[in-house]
Design a protein. Structure first.
Length: 409
């Protein structure tokens, strides 16, 4: 008899016709069986063709995004989601990538490293994404990166600046600068712009981001001739900083560097104002969100921020982003919007150069990214899979973040 097997693999349907076994068939019976075989094969091919075509027409390029949509830094996650959404809309409206539409599957990691690990695993093993975008917090990305690297699926973080992130492996990339540069730039701002001779630090003891930035700041500030008067710490979700601030007030410093996120920073600034601490306060990109100005109010005035982007910078890419955000979201993009938006374009550009939807080819194309113009600057991925980009210095005045200068690596 003839056995016909229908095998489905991925989005294609394959037909395998098994040869007849058993005794030899001759004469009329052989002719009859050959006719049946041909008819059956033709019928199956006719049925299979529309099914295969329909699956091909519905194919998309799946990319996963792991973001903190809830939790203490949810504003960063929601802004990232908006930036990715806008970029995908523009990419698909322009014809997609390699003739296919881009589809982004978003998972909420709540800003929790354990949830990041689970989300990355799900997107790779269940959803079969070709690449990952995220996460925001360095501690979260450091938790998820080993999963992606082991699976050989490229992971591109737009916002995790801790130096160790891309050191996890050759499939981990970032499109932002790193903390050793950001911390050194913060020290430059303290010494050269604020003209500080002494500095104090307030760091989050459980944050890789905060600790890495603090170490880089201290090393560079001392190199520039400055003195560290005191270092105190807190934990994420703390709300009372009176003991830390009282200690700082007892050993006054020209500048206080806080490498933390806007939620705790806003409270620290308000409580420092109440205690009449006269130091200039300085922070990094974790401060850079409209929520800081909303929560800290006038207590934020006079502070400095080292970050990735300013809408005050004049470039065609910035102007395009501002116009698109006003049209779609009725607001200006924050820094995390811009970083996520650019990162989605970095992945799309790499896919085009890879020439196929394949994680290994995509990894090589990402590594070869050079001089890609974005809203947050011109992006080149170096041999450590980090982006060589300038840092932006902002000063808060009158409840607004104003551009001061750009600092190149």
């Amino acid at each position: 008899m003839i056995m016909t097997a229908r095998e489905t693999s991925g989005t294609r349907t394959h037909l395998t016709v098994m040869p007849a076994t058993g005794r030899n068939l001759e004469g009329p019976r052989l002719m009859q069986m050959n006719a049946i075989r041909a008819t059956l094969a033709a019928a199956l091919l006719t049925l299979a063709a529309p099914f295969t075509l329909a699956r091909a027409e519905g194919e998309t390029i799946k990319i996963g995004a792991v973001l903190p949509l809830t939790g203490g830094i949810a504003a960063f996650g929601m802004e990232s989601k908006d930036g990715i959404e806008l970029a995908v809309e523009e990419i698909n409206a322009a014809g997609g990538v390699l003739g296919k539409k881009v589809e982004v599957l978003v998972e909420d990691d709540k800003g929790d490293p354990a949830d990041t690990t689970n989300a990355v695993s799900k997107l790779i093993n269940t959803d079969k994404v070709v690449a990952l975008l995220g996460s925001v917090a360095s501690s979260c990305t450091l938790a998820g990166a080993p999963v992606a690297n082991s699976a050989k699926v490229p992971m591109v973080t737009h916002n995790s600046t801790n130096d160790k992130v891309t050191q996890v492996g050759e499939f981990i990339f970032r499109t932002c600068f790193i903390d050793s540069f950001q911390g050194a730039t913060s020290a430059y701002v303290a010494a050269k712009i604020i003209k500080a001779k002494t500095a104090a630090l307030i760091t989050d003891v459980n944050s890789d981001y905060s600790k890495g930035l603090g170490e880089a700041f201290v090393a560079k500030f001392k190199e520039l001739g400055g003195t560290i008067t005191s270092e105190v710490s807190y934990q994420q979700n703390d709300v009372n900083f009176s003991s830390q601030l009282t200690k700082l007030k007892g050993t006054p410093a020209d500048v206080v560097f806080i490498p933390g996120y806007y939620t705790e920073v806003a409270l620290i600034l308000k409580q420092a104002k109440q205690l009449k601490i006269g130091s200039v306060f300085l922070g990094a990109d974790g401060w850079d969100d409209p929520k800081l100005l909303e929560l800290a109010a006038e207590a934020a005035d006079g502070t400095y921020i080292v970050t990735h982007y300013s809408p005050d910078q004049k470039s065609p890419e910035v102007e395009k982003l501002l116009k698109a955000y006003q049209a779609k979201f009725k607001r200006d993009p924050a820094v995390t919007d811009a970083l996520a938006y650019d990162s989605m374009y970095v992945i799309a550009d790499a896919l085009k150069r890879a020439g196929k939807v394949d994680s290994l080819a995509l990894r090589d194309a990402l590594a070869a990214t050079k001089d890609l113009k974005g809203a947050t600057g011109t992006i080149t991925i170096n041999k450590e899979r980090n982006a060589d980009k300038a840092a932006i210095v902002l000063k808060v005045e009158g409840g607004k973040m104003k551009f001061v200068e750009s600092v190149k690596p």
